[in-house]
Write a protein that binds this ligand. Structure first.
Ligand code: FES
Length: 90
C-alpha cells in the first residue's frame, strides 16, 4: 500500500482516509457501524450516501467479511429544534 493510498479520502464529509478505516478494521471493526463509531466515517452531512459503498468494500477486502453479511449503517436522523408556540383560547 503506497502513501497515496493511505491518504486517499473515503468519507469526504468527515475527511476520513483509507488508512484510518484500515486501522479501525485492524483494531477489530467488522461492520459499518463499528467503523463509524471508531472513525466518524458516515456521520457527515450526506449521512453516508457517498461513502457507504466504499466502506463496505474496504471491510470486505480487509477483513474478509461477506458482502451479504454487512448491514447498512444504523439510521439516526438529525435532531432539529422545533419552534413551540403557545395558543390561548379567548
Ligand atoms: S461522505 Fe461520508 S458521510 Fe458524507
Amino acid at each position: 500500500m503506497s502513501a497515496l493510498d493511505v491518504e486517499r479520502v473515503i468519507c469526504r464529509c468527515e475527511e476520513i482516509t483509507l488508512g484510518e478505516i484500515r486501522k479501525a478494521i485492524k483494531e477489530g471493526a467488522r461492520d459499518v457501524d463499528a467503523v463509524k463509531r471508531m472513525t466518524r466515517a458516515g456521520m457527515g452531512l450526506c449521512q453516508n450516501k457517498t461513502c457507504y459503498n466504499l466502506i463496505v468494500r474496504i471491510i470486505h477486502e480487509e477483513a474478509g467479511v461477506e458482502l451479504s453479511k454487512l448491514k447498512p449503517f444504523t439510521v439516526r436522523p438529525p435532531v432539529r429544534p422545533v419552534p413551540v408556540k403557545c395558543w390561548r383560547r379567548e
